[in-house]
Design a protein. Structure first.
Lengths: 237, 624
C-alpha cells in the first residue's frame, strides 16, 4: 500500500494506481475529458491537473498520468489548479463552443467569457475517437495528422479508410460532436445556462474546501471562517 | 572512398595503449607543415571545399605533397572568419580566404615562412593584426576544452584521434575503474546536462545503474533544433570519436549494451562523420562484443530524426526511435527507469558526452574547479545575431554576458547599441542590457527568467522590436508543438494571435492582461518541457520590455521601427541629396524624383521593405 496525502487527508493507494484512481476511490472529484476507463491514458486535455509537492517545488501534473507515490502531497483544487483548469476550458470552448460537455464544464468552473477569437472547429483533439477506434474497435482507421496548430484527426491520406467499418464508436465517444449545446450566443461563445455553480469558499481558503463536492455552493464554511486565509488552509498571521 | 585494408582489431587493453603511444609519437615527430582548413558545414557554406581543391592543386603543382599535409578539419568556431585555415606548426591563422589566395600562401608562407598580413584577422578596435589563433580577441577569453581539438583533427581519421590521446580515457576506465567509480567521478565533477535542463549527469547514471534489467540503453541526443544554434553539429562533425568515447564510458558505467546517436537528417555531414566513426570503432573492436578483450560489450547505432523540434525532448525522442509519432509522455516513469522499449535508458546531449572523456582524463577535481558553485566546467554557446564575431564560443561557467558579447563577440556591428540577448533558443528568454553583468550559469539564467537551454545566444541591437521577437518565437513554437496537449497546442496558437494583434496595432490593454494570464497557464499546465517553456519569450519580454508592449497598444507606435503596421517611411527633405539611390532600389516604384532634387515617397505604394533605408547613404529615410 502506498500512503499519500490528498487535500490534507491521509489516503492509501494500491500499487499501480494513478492520482486520479486514488482520488476517485476516495470520492474526490477531479474533472476529466480525454480520460476514459476503457481506453489507454492520454493526458492531453489537462483538465485533471492537480498540484503536487510543497513550497517552491510544487507543480501541476495531470492526475490521470501521474502514479501515486509514497508520501506525495496532493491538492486537487487549489487556486493555482483552478486557474489553469479554467484557462484550459476557455481554450477548448474557443474552438468547440457547441459542445455541451465543454459548456457544462465552463458553467461548473465559472468560465464566463471566451477572450479568444472563436473558431468553430468542433474538435479539441482529445484523441478519444482515435483510441476508441484502435483499442476497443480494433479498427485503427483514424489517427492524428500533422503537428502544432495544423494538427487534425483524419483517415490516412484523407480518404475513406478500408479499415473503417462505420461502427460509429468514434462519434459515440466524442465530447464535442454528439451532444450539442443549443445555448451560446455566437459573440460570447459561453452558454452558462445548465449548470451554474459558484464556489463560495475559494476566495477564503485559496482552495475548495467542500468535502461534499457541492462546489462550495452552501457557503457554510465561509460563514464559519470570516477571516480570509492566505496559503493552503493556514491562517494569515 | 577508395578501397582500403580492413583495420586490424585491437585485441587487448595493452594493445590499445601501444597504439595510442605510437600515434602520439607520430604527431610529436611530425615535421611536415599542416594546413588545417576549417571545413564544417559552416565552412563549406562559405567555400571551404573550393579552397581545399585549390590547395590540392597548388600542392601538386609545387610538388609539395611530401612536405605538407592538408587537413579538412571540423569547424574552428570563428564563423565570421570562414573559410579560415590554421597553418601548423606555427599556428598561423588566415581568415576569409578564397581559392585565388592559395598560391601566395603556398609560396610565401609554407615555403618561406613569411606571414602575409592581408590574410590576417584585423582587430576592429585596435587595428592590430594578431598572427596566431590564440592571440585573436575572439579566442583569448575562451576555454576550449571540448571544441579545442577540432582544428587538430581530420574527423574521418581514427589515427588522428589516437594521436591527440583519444581513447586514453576509455583505456583508463577499462583497465582501472569500476563502473561505480566512473559514476562517482562524474558526480564529483559536478557535470550537468548540457542539453537544457541541467540535470546532474552522474545522478542520472547512478539511477540507471541501480535499475535491474537484462538490457539497458544509452542515447546521444543530437536533435539540435533551436534556430541559430549549432554547437552539437560542430562537435559531431569535427570530433565524432570524442562523443563515441564518452558514450562507451557511459555505457560501461551504466551497464548498457546498446546505444543510439539520435541525429537530425538535416545534418548530413554530421551523420556521415558519426557513421564513419562508429564503423571505424567497430572495425578495430572499440565497439561490439568483448571490447578490447574484456567482458564488456556495447554497440552503437545511428537513428536519424526528421527535424521535429519536439523530438529533442527525451520521451518524444524515445518514441521517435521506436518508430512511433514523436510525442512526449508524462514522466515518471523516467527514462532511466523505463525508456527505450521499456528498458532503463540514459539520454545525454552531445556536449555532455563530449565532456565525459575530459573528466576521466583530467580528473573530477580539476573539472569541478572550473565554473561556479552549482555549474561546473565549460559551456559552448553559439553567438549569433547582431554581433561582430559570430561563432561558437566555449567559455567557463560563470563568465558574464558582457565578456561574451563585448570581449569575445566584439560588440554590436555598425556602431549600434546593445539591447537584449536571447538565451536558450526559442523557449528561452530575452535578457535586457541591465543584466549584462550577469554571471552565466544554470541558476542565474533561470532566475532571470531565461534558461541555459542548449546554448543558443542571439544578440539583438536597438533596431530590434521585442514584441516582434516574441511573435517570431511563438510562430516557431506553435508550429513545432506536437499538439498533444491543449495547453501547448492551443495555448501557443492563442499567444501568437494575441502578440500578432499587438504588433499590428490592434491590441488592447485587456488583451495584454489575457496574454499574461494565458502565458502563465501554458507554463503551468503543459506536459513537456516544450510547452512549459514556450511562454518564456512572452514572459521575459513582458518582464523587461513592458513599455514596448504598451507603446504598441496605447500609442500605436513601434519604438524600434520594425512592426510594419505601425511604421511609416518618409524622406527627410533637408537630408536628401537627390542621389537616386533609394529610387533605384524601391521595388514598388513608390519613390519619385529627379537627380539633385529632393525625392518624394508615396506611402500608398510603400510596402515598408526597408530597401530605401539600407540604400540611403545620408540617413534621409525616416522610419517612425
Amino acid at each position: 500500500m502506498i500512503h499519500l496525502i490528498m487535500n490534507g487527508l491521509e489516503v492509501q493507494a494500491e500499487e499501480g494506481w494513478t492520482l486520479l484512481d486514488t482520488a476517485r476511490f476516495y470520492g474526490l472529484e477531479i474533472p476529466t475529458l480525454c480520460y476514459h476507463d476503457g481506453l489507454s491514458i492520454f493526458g492531453g486535455c489537462r483538465l485533471c491537473l492537480v498540484e503536487i509537492g510543497e513550497g517552491p517545488k510544487a507543480k501541476l501534473v495531470t492526475s490521470c498520468t501521474y502514479p501515486a507515490e509514497q508520501g506525495l502531497v496532493v491538492h486537487t483544487d487549489t487556486k493555482r489548479v483552478l486557474a489553469a483548469r479554467r484557462m484550459m476550458i476557455e481554450l477548448m470552448l474557443s474552438v468547440a463552443p457547441n459542445s455541451k460537455k465543454i459548456q457544462d464544464l465552463a458553467s461548473k468552473f465559472g468560465v464566463s467569457q471566451v477572450r479568444f477569437k472563436v473558431r468553430n472547429e468542433e474538435c479539441i483533439l482529445c484523441g478519444l475517437c482515435v483510441r476508441m477506434c484502435a483499442e476497443q474497435m480494433d479498427g485503427r482507421a483514424i489517427g492524428f495528422q500533422n503537428r502544432g496548430y495544423r494538427r487534425k484527426i483524419s483517415t490516412p491520406f484523407d480518404v475513406r479508410s478500408e479499415e473503417c467499418r462505420l461502427c460509429g464508436g468514434c462519434m459515440y465517444i466524442c465530447p464535442a460532436c454528439q451532444l450539442r449545446c443549443q445555448g451560446p450566443e455566437a459573440e460570447t461563445a459561453v452558454c452558462n445556462a445548465c449548470l451554474t455553480l459558484e464556489p463560495t469558499c475559494v476566495d477564503y481558503y485559496n482552495e475548495l474546501q467542500c468535502w461534499m463536492y457541492d462546489a462550495g455552493r452552501c457557503g457554510t464554511c465561509v460563514r464559519e471562517a470570516p477571516e480570509k486565509k492566505d496559503s493552503l488552509g493556514s491562517s494569515k498571521p | 572512398m577508395s578501397p582500403r585494408k580492413r583495420a586490424k582489431k585491437i585485441a587487448s587493453i595493452s594493445d590499445l595503449q601501444t597504439l595510442i603511444a605510437q600515434q602520439k609519437g607520430r604527431r610529436q615527430m611530425e615535421t611536415r607543415t599542416v594546413i588545417a582548413v576549417s571545413s564544417g558545414t559552416c565552412g563549406q557554406a562559405r567555400g571551404s571545399l573550393r579552397l581545399i581543391e585549390a590547395f590540392k592543386k597548388g600542392l601538386r603543382q609545387d610538388g609539395l605533397q611530401e612536405k605538407v599535409t592538408l587537413k579538412a578539419t571540423g569547424c574552428h568556431g570563428f564563423c565570421e572568419a570562414e573559410p579560415n585555415v590554421i597553418i601548423y606548426p606555427q599556428g598561423i591563422f588566415y581568415q576569409k580566404l578564397e581559392p585565388k589566395h592559395v598560391p601566395a600562401i603556398l609560396s610565401r608562407t609554407v615555403l618561406n615562412g613569411e606571414i602575409i598580413p592581408e590574410f590576417l584577422y584585423v582587430d576592429p578596435v585596435t587595428g592590430e593584426k594578431p598572427v596566431k589563433e590564440e592571440e585573436i580577441p575572439f579566442y583569448k577569453k575562451q576555454l576550449r576544452l571540448v571544441l579545442g581539438a577540432n582544428p587538430l583533427l581530420d574527423p574521418t581519421s581514427l589515427d588522428d584521434y589516437f594521436s591527440i590521446g583519444g581513447y586514453e580515457s576509455l583505456l583508463r576506465v577499462l583497465s582501472s575503474l569500476t563502473p561505480e567509480e566512473v559514476i562517482e567521478n562524474i558526480i564529483k565533477s559536478g557535470l550537468r546536462g548540457r542539453g537544457g535542463a541541467g540535470f546532474p549527469t552522474g545522478k542520472k547514471w547512478e539511477f540507471a545503474r541501480k535499475q535491474k534489467s537484462d538490457w539497458k540503453y544509452i542515447i546521444c541526443n543530437a536533435d539540435e533544433g533551436d534556430p541559430g544554434a549549432y554547437m552539437d553539429r560542430s562537435l559531431l562533425e569535427g570530433n565524432p570519436h570524442r562523443v563515441i568515447e564518452g558514450m562507451i564510458i557511459g555505457a560501461y558505467a551504466i551497464g548498457a549494451r546498446e546505444g543510439y546517436v539520435y541525429v537530425r537528417d538535416e545534418y548530413p555531414l554530421a551523420v556521415a562523420h558519426v557513421t564513419q566513426a562508429i564503423n571505424q570503432a567497430r572495425e578495430v573492436g572499440l565497439l561490439g562484443e568483448n571490447i578490447l578483450g574484456t567482458n564488456f560489450s556495447f554497440d552503437l547505432h545511428i537513428a536519424k530524426g526528421a527535424g521535429a523540434f519536439v523530438c529533442g525532448e527525451e520521451t518524444a525522442l524515445i518514441a521517435s526511435i521506436e518508430g512511433r509519432v514523436g510525442e512526449p509522455r508524462q514522466r515518471p516513469p523516467f527514462p532511466a527507469v523505463s525508456g527505450l522499449w521499456g528498458k532503463p535508458t540514459v539520454i545525454n546531449n552531445v556536449e555532455t558526452w563530449g565532456n565525459v572523456p575530459l573528466i576521466i582524463e583530467k580528473g573530477a577535481d580539476w573539472f569541478a574547479s572550473i565554473g561556479t558553485n552549482g555549474s561546473k566546467g565549460t559551456k559552448i554557446f553559439s553567438l549569433v545575431g547582431k554581433i561582430n564575431n559570430t561563432g561558437l564560443v566555449e567559455v567557463p561557467m560563470g563568465i558574464t554576458l558582457r565578456e561574451i558579447i563585448f570581449d569575445i563577440g566584439g560588440g554590436i556591428p555598425a556602431g549600434r547599441k546593445f539591447k537584449a540577448v536571447q538565451t536558450g533558443g526559442p523557449s528561452g528568454g530575452c535578457l535586457p542590457e541591465k543584466l549584462i553583468d550577469l554571471p552565466i550559469d544554470y541558476e542565474s539564467l533561470t532566475q532571470a527568467g531565461s534558461i541555459m537551454g542548449s546554448g543558443g545566444m542571439i544578440v539583438m541591437d536597438d533596431r530590434t522590436c521585442m514584441v516582434d521577437v516574441a511573435r517570431y518565437f511563438l510562430n516557431f513554437l506553435r508550429d513545432e508543438s506536437c499538439g498533444k496537449c491543449i495547453s501547448c497546442r492551443e495555448g501557443t496558437q492563442r499567444l501568437w494571435e494575441l502578440v500578432t494583434d499587438i504588433t499590428e496595432g490592434k491590441g488592447t490593454m485587456e488583451q495584454l492582461a489575457v496574454l499574461e494570464e494565458l502565458a502563465v497557464a501554458v507554463k503551468e499546465a503543459s506536459l513537456c518541457g516544450l510547452g512549459q517553456t514556450a511562454p518564456n519569450p512572452v514572459l521575459s519580454t513582458l518582464r523587461y520590455f513592458r513599455d514596448e508592449y504598451e507603446a504598441h497598444i496605447k500609442d500605436k507606435r513601434c519604438p524600434a521601427g520594425v512592426c510594419k503596421a505601425l511604421i511609416h517611411y518618409s524622406i527627410i527633405a533637408s537630408k536628401c541629396t537627390g542621389c537616386l539611390a533609394c529610387l533605384r532600389v524601391c521595388p514598388q516604384g513608390a519613390i519619385t524624383g529627379e537627380l539633385k532634387k529632393v525625392h518624394v515617397l508615396d506611402e500608398s505604394k510603400c510596402i515598408k521593405c526597408g530597401a530605401c533605408f539600407e540604400a540611403c547613404q545620408f540617413n534621409a529615410i525616416l522610419i517612425e
